[in-house]
Design a protein around this ligand. Structure first.
Ligand SMILES: [Fe+2]
Length: 180
């Protein structure tokens, strides 16, 4: 039987309730790949006709994790950013996302500046999911009409995060009100 959104959510609840740490999140990542290999799920939530924008498919009232469908219209290259105290799993539904994982080369003592070096570069193709643990810095680059599903540990709009200007190294702090 096909792996449905409902079952994915039920298993997220069970897994993250038992183990909210790295190992539990890795199980959620593997399950997200399973969900994205269900063509009916992808067609229902991420088709070419799907309404553009960000759709919250689920928010857990207790554990606070979210499942989000990103129905992109236009291509975008993001700056390197973290997910604050939270984490994020990106699962590709349609087309692709080029990922870069960055590492800091400075000692982190300057709150306004970061020196970054690319650590890993790879492409997420449909059915593949990548995990970005708390504190990890990554950037994304996707074409027009790319679609992906994200699972985040909490609503990222509610927490402080940071992004880094690659040209200058300047750190931009996103307060809960500004975060997106
Ligand atoms: Fe991200």
């Amino acid at each position: 039987m096909a792996y449905e959104l409902k079952q994915f959510i039920a298993e997220c609840r069970e897994i993250l309730g038992r183990d909210p740490g790295h190992a539990g999140r890795e199980q959620v990542r593997a399950n997200l790949e399973r969900l994205l290999n269900n063509k009916d799920f992808v067609e229902e939530y991420c088709s070419d006709d799907a309404e553009r924008g960000l759709r919250v498919l689920y928010e857990d009232p207790e554990l606070k994790f979210q499942v989000l469908a990103h129905i992109n219209d236009k291509a975008r290259v993001s700056p390197p950013h973290d997910h604050g105290e939270s984490w994020a799993i990106y699962g590709q539904a349609k087309l692709w996302t080029d990922m870069i994982e960055w590492k800091r080369e400075d000692d982190g003592s300057n709150p306004d500046f970061a020196k970054l070096a690319a650590d890993k570069k790879y492409r997420l193709n449909p059915g593949q999911a990548g995990i970005y643990q708390d504190g990890a810095i990554h950037s994304i680059d996707y074409p027009d009409k790319s679609r992906f599903v994200r699972v985040t540990g909490t609503n990222l709009d509610n927490i402080a995060r940071m992004s880094v200007d690659l040209k200058t190294g300047a750190i931009r702090r996103m307060t809960p009100q500004q975060a997106s």
